[in-house]
Structure formats: structure tokens, C-alpha cells
Ligand binder design. Structure first.
Ligand code: FES
Length: 77
């Protein structure tokens, strides 16, 4: 899904910036161009920043810590 229409930046690209260390809308903008136009996407960028990047990684980490014997193997997720 596209987060920044002005610069055609996807959620994945914003998450990659966050994973690479971006901690503000400005840093995401410098790394990807997102948010450097009209500013309408700033809320979405802030949401991605609050998530800490790719939510799938967090879900896998949470699942690893709570998984018990008999659960579906992580490789099947
Ligand atoms: S939609 Fe991102 S700067 Fe305009």
C-alpha cells in the first residue's frame, strides 16, 4: 500500500527506513522522500514509526516467546 502519494512511497519502504534506524518523520523523509511534499501522509508515517517498522517481525518475535510444544511451527506461518 502506498503511504506517500506525492512521492509514491510504500508502507514497506517506510518500514525499511524504520528498520534501518529512522526515528522521525524527517528521517523517513530524508531516507525515502516520504512526507517531503504536501504532508498529508505524516500521520501514517508516525503510525509506522510507532509500530517500530515491519509488524510481521514483531508478531513473529511475540509468537516465538509464547510458543509451546504442539503449536504450529513458525516455518508454517
Ligand atoms: S502524500 Fe506524502 S507528502 Fe504528500
Amino acid at each position: 500500500m502506498i503511504v506517500c502519494l506525492c512521492h509514491g512511497v510504500s508502507e514497506r519502504a517506510v518500514d525499511s527506513c524504520v528498520d534501518a534506524g529512522a526515528r522521525s518523520v524527517e528521517e523517513v523523509g530524508l531516507m525515502s522522500g516520504a512526507g517531503m511534499g504536501c504532508g498529508a501522509c505524516h500521520c501514517q508515517i508516525k503510525e509506522r514509526l510507532a509500530c517500530g517498522g515491519c509488524p510481521a517481525v514483531e508478531l513473529l518475535e511475540a509468537r516465538k516467546s509464547t510458543q509451546s510444544v504442539g503449536d504450529t511451527p513458525l516455518s508454517a506461518v
